[in-house]
Design a protein around this ligand. Structure first.
Ligand SMILES: [Cu+2]
Length: 106
Protein backbone atom coordinates (compact mmCIF):
# COMPACT_ATOMS: atom_id res chain seq x y z
CA UNK A 1 0.00 0.00 0.00
CA UNK A 2 2.86 2.41 0.75
CA UNK A 3 4.85 1.22 -2.24
CA UNK A 4 3.63 4.00 -4.48
CA UNK A 5 5.01 6.62 -2.12
CA UNK A 6 8.66 5.70 -2.48
CA UNK A 7 9.33 6.30 -6.15
CA UNK A 8 8.65 10.05 -6.19
CA UNK A 9 10.82 10.54 -3.10
CA UNK A 10 13.74 8.58 -4.54
CA UNK A 11 13.42 10.39 -7.86
CA UNK A 12 13.46 13.76 -6.13
CA UNK A 13 16.59 12.78 -4.20
CA UNK A 14 18.39 11.70 -7.37
CA UNK A 15 17.54 14.91 -9.18
CA UNK A 16 18.56 16.94 -6.18
CA UNK A 17 21.94 15.24 -6.11
CA UNK A 18 22.49 16.00 -9.77
CA UNK A 19 21.44 19.64 -9.58
CA UNK A 20 23.76 20.49 -6.71
CA UNK A 21 27.34 19.23 -7.14
CA UNK A 22 28.58 17.54 -4.00
CA UNK A 23 30.91 19.51 -1.74
CA UNK A 24 30.51 22.83 -3.52
CA UNK A 25 31.29 25.39 -0.89
CA UNK A 26 30.92 29.11 -0.49
CA UNK A 27 34.05 30.82 0.73
CA UNK A 28 34.08 34.35 2.06
CA UNK A 29 36.91 36.77 1.38
CA UNK A 30 36.51 40.09 3.13
CA UNK A 31 38.16 43.39 2.30
CA UNK A 32 38.53 45.48 5.43
CA UNK A 33 40.82 48.50 5.86
CA UNK A 34 42.68 47.70 2.64
CA UNK A 35 43.37 44.08 3.55
CA UNK A 36 42.02 40.88 2.05
CA UNK A 37 41.16 38.36 4.74
CA UNK A 38 41.99 35.57 4.83
CA UNK A 39 45.10 36.30 2.78
CA UNK A 40 45.30 32.71 1.63
CA UNK A 41 42.29 30.62 0.72
CA UNK A 42 42.04 27.01 -0.38
CA UNK A 43 39.11 26.17 -2.62
CA UNK A 44 37.99 23.76 -5.30
CA UNK A 45 36.73 24.22 -8.82
CA UNK A 46 32.98 24.76 -8.54
CA UNK A 47 33.20 26.60 -5.24
CA UNK A 48 31.78 30.09 -4.95
CA UNK A 49 33.82 32.96 -3.62
CA UNK A 50 31.86 35.65 -1.84
CA UNK A 51 33.85 38.85 -2.06
CA UNK A 52 32.70 41.07 0.78
CA UNK A 53 33.83 44.67 0.68
CA UNK A 54 33.43 46.31 4.08
CA UNK A 55 35.34 49.42 3.11
CA UNK A 56 33.82 52.68 1.94
CA UNK A 57 35.79 52.60 -1.30
CA UNK A 58 35.78 50.22 -4.23
CA UNK A 59 38.21 47.33 -4.53
CA UNK A 60 38.96 44.74 -7.15
CA UNK A 61 40.16 41.18 -6.94
CA UNK A 62 42.33 40.99 -10.01
CA UNK A 63 44.17 37.78 -10.85
CA UNK A 64 47.76 38.31 -11.93
CA UNK A 65 47.31 35.61 -14.55
CA UNK A 66 44.13 37.21 -15.91
CA UNK A 67 41.75 34.46 -14.76
CA UNK A 68 39.39 36.88 -13.04
CA UNK A 69 38.88 40.55 -12.36
CA UNK A 70 36.13 41.17 -9.82
CA UNK A 71 34.89 44.66 -9.08
CA UNK A 72 33.72 45.18 -5.50
CA UNK A 73 31.75 48.38 -5.00
CA UNK A 74 31.89 49.96 -1.52
CA UNK A 75 29.92 48.08 1.14
CA UNK A 76 28.84 45.44 -1.36
CA UNK A 77 29.21 41.70 -1.77
CA UNK A 78 29.79 40.09 -5.14
CA UNK A 79 30.17 36.41 -5.93
CA UNK A 80 32.06 34.38 -8.50
CA UNK A 81 32.26 30.66 -9.19
CA UNK A 82 35.72 29.16 -9.59
CA UNK A 83 36.13 27.52 -12.98
CA UNK A 84 39.84 26.72 -13.23
CA UNK A 85 42.32 25.07 -10.92
CA UNK A 86 45.58 26.71 -10.00
CA UNK A 87 47.35 28.86 -7.46
CA UNK A 88 46.35 32.40 -8.28
CA UNK A 89 47.85 35.52 -6.84
CA UNK A 90 45.48 38.44 -6.96
CA UNK A 91 45.51 42.08 -5.94
CA UNK A 92 43.40 45.21 -5.95
CA UNK A 93 43.95 47.44 -8.97
CA UNK A 94 43.23 50.57 -6.91
CA UNK A 95 45.39 49.56 -3.95
CA UNK A 96 48.24 47.39 -5.25
CA UNK A 97 49.38 46.67 -1.69
CA UNK A 98 46.26 44.56 -1.24
CA UNK A 99 47.43 41.09 -2.17
CA UNK A 100 46.25 37.58 -1.49
CA UNK A 101 46.37 34.05 -2.85
CA UNK A 102 43.67 31.67 -3.96
CA UNK A 103 44.60 27.99 -4.16
CA UNK A 104 42.10 26.21 -6.35
CA UNK A 105 42.18 22.45 -6.51
CA UNK A 106 40.59 20.59 -9.41
CU1 LIG B 1 41.31 48.30 -3.20
Amino acid sequence: MRRGCYLPVVTAMLFGAMAVPAQAATIKVTSTDLVFAPSEVSAKVGDTIEWINKDVFAHTATARNGDFDMMMPPKKTVTSVLKKAGTIEYYCRFHPNMKAVLKIEP
